[in-house]
Design a protein around this ligand. Structure first.
Ligand SMILES: C[C@@]1(CC(=O)O)c2cc3[nH]c(cc4nc(cc5[nH]c(cc(n2)[C@H]1CCC(=O)O)[C@@](C)(CC(=O)O)[C@@H]5CCC(=O)O)C(CC(=O)O)=C4CCC(=O)O)c(CCC(=O)O)c3CC(=O)O
Ligand SMILES: NC(=O)C1=CN([C@@H]2O[C@H](COP(=O)(O)OP(=O)(O)OC[C@H]3O[C@@H](n4cnc5c(N)ncnc54)[C@H](O)[C@@H]3O)[C@@H](O)[C@H]2O)C=CC1
Length: 224
């Protein structure tokens, strides 16, 4: 295993993206979606960045300087200049900041996966740099196979789990409940909006008092 996969909490952390082209834009928006504050340093910016509705993105039209790295949690070298990207990485290393490099010669400290975002359910696919096109294709296959109903299922199971844990820790008992729920074709029922059938499963497996209304009051308004 060439890389150690983790899911990083970047909420309210400052991250630097150098290069405001197509690649820098994709990285900046991925970071913002995860709650980071992003500073993009570049001579020019894509239309999406120039017109960004996100207040968490700050554009700085200037040449990269080492001091741009100060205070950053992560850095992304996404310019079209390989030497510069390598230099950004070196400067980041000196300041103990992990750095991603968009071009191939040096992969930097970490690389980005292709992501399926279903709320709390995330799939991340990587080929360790071998074939981004394959990662993208697999991401699309996962997206088609696991639709938004899986995001709703995850939220539902999460709220059941929170209630059960509040009542007490019983790993064996809880595992049995979740296995029974996962054997009850819930994704199909959620996709079909079969609220009564879902309530019947919840009552049968966990007991009275567990209903969609209570666990997930916004069920009807969630997008499928
Ligand atoms: C090493 C890595 C570094 C990093 O960026 O972190 C890297 C590097 C490079 N990508 C290049 C090209 C392409 N990248 C994509 C797409 C994605 N690239 C992503 C990640 C990564 N790209 C990291 C490895 C991840 C892994 O191995 O899985 C994804 C998954 C995530 C994201 O960027 O957010 C995102 C898909 C998101 C999605 O759709 O879900 C496509 C496909 C397309 O656009 O249709 C192409 C064209 C086809 C092809 O080349 O495969 C080139 C230029 C090569 C050249 O000069 O020709 C380099 C540089 C090089 O390798 O030399
Ligand atoms: N990781 C990935 O998924 C992919 C990576 N690439 C690699 O990423 C690189 C960038 O791709 P694009 O975004 O399409 O390029 P681009 O040319 O559209 O954008 C590069 C940006 O870097 C800025 N820049 C250059 N020198 C700078 C400096 N000294 N200070 C500040 N900003 C500077 C430019 O103003 C430009 O806005 C490509 O050269 C390629 O090697 C390409 C495709 C996909």
């Amino acid at each position: 295993m060439d890389y150690y996969p983790i899911f990083l909490d970047v909420k309210d952390r400052e991250c630097l993206v150098v290069g405001g082209g197509a690649v820098g834009t994709r990285k900046a928006f991925g970071l913002v979606r995860a709650g980071a504050r992003v500073i993009v340093v570049s001579f020019g910016f894509s239309e999406e960045l120039s017109n960004t509705p996100f207040s968490a993105v700050t554009l700085k039209e200037k040449k990269f300087e080492d001091s741009d790295l100060d205070g950053m949690s992560l850095a992304f070298a996404a310019t079209d200049n390989m030497q510069l990207n390598a230099r950004i990485r070196q400067a980041a290393q000196k300041k103990n900041i992990l750095c991603n490099i968009a071009d191939g010669r040096d992969k930097g400290d970490f690389i980005l996966p292709a992501v399926v975002d279903r709320g709390d359910l995330l799939f991340a696919v990587s080929t360790c740099g071998a074939s981004p096109a394959l990662s993208r294709r697999l991401r699309m296959a996962l997206e088609a196979r696991f639709g938004p109903e899986y995001g709703i299922l995850t939220a539902l199971l999460g709220s059941i789990r929170a209630i059960l844990l509040e009542r007490g820790h019983d790993p064996k008992g809880h595992r049995k409940i979740f296995c029974a729920l996962l054997d009850a074709n819930l994704p199909e029922k959620i996709a079909a909006g079969q609220t009564r059938q879902i309530d019947a499963v919840l009552a049968k497996v966990i007991g009275d008092g567990f209903s969609l209304d209570r666990l997930m009051p916004d069920f009807g308004t969630r997008e499928l």
